[in-house]
Write a protein that binds this ligand. Structure first.
Ligand SMILES: [Zn+2]
Ligand SMILES: [Zn+2]
Length: 192
C-alpha cells in the first residue's frame, strides 16, 4: 500500500471505496498543482462522504483552518482554489463504480448480514477500492481549470452570552425567541 494511502486510512479509521476516491483526487492535486510551500490551497467539496477525510489529511485543507468549504450538493466534485495564482482546478470523480445496493448497505450497517453475505459484501468493496487505487487518472477523473471568485476567508466575530443558557456564542448566529437573544441550540428548543 502506498505510504500516503496508509496515512489517509489511519486518519479515516478504515479502508473503503470512499476514502480511495478522496485519495485519488488529493493525489492528483499533489502531483499536478505546483505550488509554493506556504501557499494556501482552499478545497471546496460538494459532498460529505468518506472521501473528504483524504482531502483534509493529504492536502492540509481542513475544516478548522477554514480552507475547507463544504457545499451540500451530493456530488463527487472537488475544487481547489489557489489564492496565490487566483485559479482553480475542478475535479469530478466519474460514476464508474457499480452502485452499492442501498438495501444491502442498510443491512450491513445494522449488522444484519449473515457472515457469508457479509464476506461477499466486503469482497465487493475491497475490489472497488483496489480498482480506484489502480485505475489511470483519465478513467476516474474529469479535470478542468475554472474561474471562480476567491472563497471568503474565515472571519472572526464578537461573542455575546445567550440569554437562555448563558453560554457565549458568535453574535451573528444569534436568534430571537420569547423576547430573548439566544443561541441556535436554545432557539431549536423554543421552536420544537
Ligand atoms: Zn470510509
Ligand atoms: Zn443558549
Amino acid at each position: 500500500m502506498d505510504e500516503d494511502f496508509q496515512e489517509v486510512v489511519k486518519f479515516h479509521g478504515h479502508s473503503c471505496p470512499g476514502i480511495a476516491i478522496g485519495y485519488r483526487v488529493a493525489k492528483y492535486v499533489k502531483d499536478h498543482y505546483d505550488r509554493a510551500e506556504d501557499e494556501e490551497l482552499v478545497a471546496i467539496v460538494e459532498n460529505s462522504s468518506c472521501s473528504v477525510d483524504a482531502i483534509q489529511q493529504l492536502l492540509g485543507c481542513t475544516f478548522g483552518k477554514g480552507n475547507f468549504i463544504f457545499k451540500d450538493h451530493g456530488k463527487h466534485v472537488y475544487t481547489f482554489y489557489s489564492r496565490d495564482h487566483e485559479k482553480a482546478l475542478r475535479i469530478y470523480f466519474r460514476n464508474v463504480l457499480p452502485r452499492t445496493d442501498p438495501a444491502a448497505m442498510k443491512r450491513f450497517l445494522a449488522g444484519e448480514m449473515s457472515s457469508e453475505e457479509k464476506e461477499g459484501f466486503m469482497k465487493l468493496r475491497e475490489e472497488a477500492t483496489d480498482y480506484i487505487l489502480t485505475a489511470p487518472d483519465e478513467e476516474l477523473l474529469v479535470v478542468r481549470q475554472v474561474d471562480i471568485p476567491a472563497p471568503g476567508k474565515a472571519r472572526i466575530h464578537p461573542s455575546i452570552d445567550c440569554q437562555e443558557c448563558g453560554e457565549a456564542f458568535m453574535e451573528i448566529r444569534g436568534r430571537t425567541a420569547a423576547g430573548k437573544t439566544v443561541c441556535e441550540e436554545c432557539y431549536q428548543k423554543f421552536v420544537l
